[in-house]
Design a protein around this ligand. Sequence first.
Ligand SMILES: [Fe+2]
Length: 259
Amino acid sequence: MKHPFQNFQVDHMTLLLQPKLYKVAYVIFDIIFGVGSQDLLYEKRKEWIKGEGEKSLTFAVCIGEGASEDPNLNKTIIAVVQPSEPEKQRSHVREMLDNHMAASHWQHIALRTPDLLAFHKHSIERGVNFITPILKDDADDLIQVFSGEWYFPGMPASGMFFEFLQRNPNEEHMKVVEEQNREMWFRDKTFLGLYGEKEGEYQSGNVTPFIDFDLFDAIYDLLKDKEIWDIKPADVEAVEKLMLENGRKKVKTQEVAAK
Ligand SMILES: [Fe+2]
């Protein structure tokens, strides 16, 4: 059964580019995709080393608009990120690209749901890992959360994850989010917050997976002798049971840790 909060629309996509391509892409978006100055949604900079000047961290472009009445729910947006850190400094973005021998890598797709809190609860109950609490972006009037990466035991982290977000959350939603988070991240902090979180994961070597490795193995074990057309509703039910057990265990551990 599909819940209303599972009606997702693509809000934006985030693309990692090697610095040489970052510059070239900037003009390709202009010439080939028709991105004018009014379509450049933001561009953020940082001076990593004092005196060496600012580097561009990220920019976002609107490459089209749909027919919906609300212009906020209409845009086709690509956010672009380059590893802007000095050569000698570690960069998870550089590692994501270099480790995959890639000049470009689609890092996350942001999926918009009409009810982020309900979706988040549904996912947590089933053992899905998120690397941030639900964050609030004040200037954009949205709430968002970032998942763990899609990979599995024995493989390097893939660099691919999801963002889930809700635009124009109502007051009731906001109250719940505020109660859940003592520390709220706002606009400038949101990009840097995710960036810092990923940087910490890559430096520690502990990249949070979308679902725990033992849960992944247990699910794979149930499915390994089946082709996908052999997977029946009873198998899905068995997998969901494993996920719910994992989710319950983690909530309990967190409750104990919070005491
Ligand atoms: Fe995003």
